[in-house]
Design a protein around this ligand. Structure first.
Ligand SMILES: [Zn+2]
Length: 243
């Protein structure tokens, strides 16, 4: 018994007649020939990449939007080291941490890396009908994080704070700048643990900067949270120390 049938159709794009294989009677007639399908998929990818780049830009503070990597003060050596990292190079360490106290180059470099990480997440779909999903991106500083935790308990800012905290948990890429600058009250410690625990379990890319080691990030927390949290950060992160 014959299970497939060769059919012909006319491409909506280039009007050429093309052959396609009818596997069962439910297979819809393709609208496009193979070359036009490939073009449409590529065009959708480029739309998704543009939307991703726009989103990264919206999330990037103006002072880090235009970084001249050829400027003599730019830390090119550090940038090359950072660029060689991607969340997929080493699946067991999907996070990148930059530690050290050298001025603003950590933050500058991490914001420079953000579009590269986000754009690499845009993958072509197999059909030409949809634009690939745009990765969600969230950015927060250690200070802002602590503020959000406290705002959850204030009547006028409760809803917005909870919404932003939920975005931080779920974002495909999260950038936490100046982690460790927050004051680790019990509420902040608990929320930071929950955030990082969720992102670890869901294997979500996380970029962070801190002035010192993971142990300093958890300073002031109760011992039952501090040691496991510092351990989790170490275990998940590829850490580059800038001395
Ligand atoms: Zn065609």
């Amino acid at each position: 018994m014959k299970t497939t049938t060769e059919e012909t159709a006319e491409c909506w794009q280039c009007q050429m007649t093309f052959e396609w294989t009818h596997t069962d009677r439910f297979t819809p007639t393709p609208r496009l020939c193979a070359p036009c399908t490939a073009d449409a998929i590529a065009a959708n990818v480029s739309k998704a990449r543009q939307a991703t780049a726009d989103e990264v830009r919206r999330q990037t503070p103006p002072r880090y939007q235009a970084t001249d990597t050829k400027h003599p003060d730019f830390n090119l050596k550090l940038w090359k080291k950072i660029q060689s990292w991607s969340p997929t190079t080493d699946d067991s360490r999907p996070w990148l941490g930059l530690t050290g106290s050298t001025g603003k180059s950590k933050t500058r470099c991490v914001f420079l890396l953000l579009p590269e990480i986000a754009l690499a997440m845009v993958r072509p779909l197999t059909t030409p009908d949809h634009i690939p999903p745009i990765p969600s991106i969230a950015v927060v500083t250690g200070y802002e994080f602590a503020e959000l935790v406290h705002d959850q308990f204030a009547d006028d800012s409760k809803a917005a704070a909870k919404k932003k905290l939920s975005r931080l948990r779920k974002a495909d890429v999260l950038l936490i700048d100046d982690l460790g600058k927050q004051r680790n009250t019990p509420a902040v410690a608990k929320e930071l643990f929950a955030l990082l625990d969720h992102r670890h379990a869901a294997n979500l890319a996380t970029l962070w900067t801190a002035n010192a080691t993971p142990e300093s990030i958890v300073a002031g927390m109760d011992a039952d949270l501090a040691a496991p949290l510092a351990g989790r950060i170490r275990e998940c992160s590829h850490i580059i120390n800038i001395s």
